[in-house]
Design a binder for this molecule. Structure first.
Ligand SMILES: [Zn+2]
Length: 397
């Protein structure tokens, strides 16, 4: 289907007709061709919604799954250059326009879809209308371009399967997504444990850095050192690594397959993903009471959204002590800490606060926070959390 400028983009406002398709299948034919450049969407989390020729080169269109929408314009596509185009060089200028959004994510490129590098700023030019022009050096086998190195469902599944096998975690299907994909939950050994900690991730598909922090935080809980083993001996760890598999696979900006922001559905519970995960958490709570809930996301900077300043949910004093201990340890790396964020909205953390009377936290990571810092902060946050939870448990009652 060459040159899909068309009304396809308008149709994207209607989620059932969106040009995003489930990309895991082998590409039958490329998404489009412009001159000697061919654009492909034959990989997980690919997102490209239109392309057209212009005097300076191709103009791509990136569209959300519905509008208006939170401006998180995810894009991911692959380009190959024909052999006879503009001399011998693979250098190309490609413009990307956003419907209902503007350029937010600095582009990453990869020759193989596995090894990614940030495109240097000198090759990225953002225009006043929010579009962006990229200068790309396209190798003979083509080039992947994406808003972040994709953290695909396949990669998340491989990661959690390895973790589950190594640590004897039990898995169960908490929900089936609107698109028919499983939403899988995992739990560590419950026998004799006094409390549960639940960690969830990927409600919002483009929020890759939050997904990476999730992996780092969880991995620290399962280290076989004294702290990790004592913690796991007292507490159940419950995991739902990917609540929105349809959105992640389809390259959505924000929502599930029905165009619903899942992190505004913890209360209404109109969607199978949120309903199923909440029921799974409730069932875990009946066996071993929930004591802490954490939901991992990304935004423009590192920030931990905690209970409102006037609020001190159980365990008493925990939130303030965690803040103080992390501050002392991380110094300049300390994320911002806010108790004012959306307390009235039906978010996952607000639901956990109301439902179980415990700390519900949204762990936000900056879009461009370096990988090493994501890991350092997540490991420190996990260690200080474990120490505090154990201290509180040890207090005489
Ligand atoms: Zn989010």
């Amino acid at each position: 289907m060459p040159n899909k400028v068309l009304s396809v983009c308008l149709l994207c406002a209607l989620i059932s007709a969106c040009a995003s398709t489930d990309k895991a299948a082998t590409e039958v034919e490329p998404f489009c061709r412009v001159g000697n450049l061919t654009f492909h969407t034959d990989f997980e989390a690919a997102a490209l919604h239109g392309c057209a020729p212009d005097t300076l080169g191709p103009v791509l269109t990136i569209a959300p799954e519905y509008a208006p929408i939170n401006p998180s314009p995810w894009y991911a596509w692959r380009v190959t250059a024909g052999p006879n185009s503009f001399g011998n060089s693979g250098e190309r200028s490609i413009t990307q326009r956003y419907l209902h959004g503007w350029h937010r994510y600095p582009p990453w490129t990869s020759p193989d879809g596995e090894h990614w590098e940030r495109l240097p700023d000198s090759r990225v030019s953002v225009a006043g209308d929010g579009s962006v022009t990229l200068q790309l050096d396209i190798p003979p086998d083509g080039l992947y371009v994406a808003a972040q190195p994709p953290l695909t469902s396949t990669a998340m599944e491989r990661w959690v399967s390895d973790l589950a096998a190594a640590n004897g975690l039990q898995s169960s299907q908490a929900a089936q997504s609107v698109g028919g994909r499983p939403v899988t939950a995992y739990e560590s050994d419950v026998s004799g444990r006094r409390g549960s900690l639940v960690l969830v991730s990927r409600q919002h598909p483009p929020e890759v850095t939050g997904g990476l922090a999730y992996q780092d935080f969880v991995e620290r809980l399962f280290v076989d050192d004294d702290l990790g083993m004592r913690f796991r001996g007292r507490f159940v760890i419950g995991l739902v690594p990917e609540i929105n598999p349809d959105g992640v696979n389809r390259g959505h900006w924000r929502t599930n397959r029905r165009g619903v922001d899942l992190n505004r559905d913890w209360g209404p519970f109109t969607q199978p993903e949120t309903r199923g995960v909440a029921e799974w958490i409730n069932r875990l709570n009946e066996r071993v009471p929930i004591q802490l809930f954490m939901d991992f996301h990304s935004t423009s900077y590192d920030v931990f959204y905690m209970p409102h300043a006037s609020d001190d949910p159980a365990p008493p004093g925990f939130a303030g002590a965690w803040l103080a201990n992390l501050n002392a340890r991380l110094g300049d790396d300390m994320p911002a800490w806010s108790g004012q964020h959306n307390p009235g909205l039906p978010t996952a953390k607000s639901w956990a606060r109301k439902q179980f009377g415990v700390v519900g936290m949204t762990y936000e990571v900056g879009d461009t926070t370096p990988r090493e810092r994501i890991r350092r902060v997540a490991q420190a946050a996990a260690e200080e959390m474990m120490k505090l939870m154990l201290q509180i448990e040890d207090k005489p009652r």
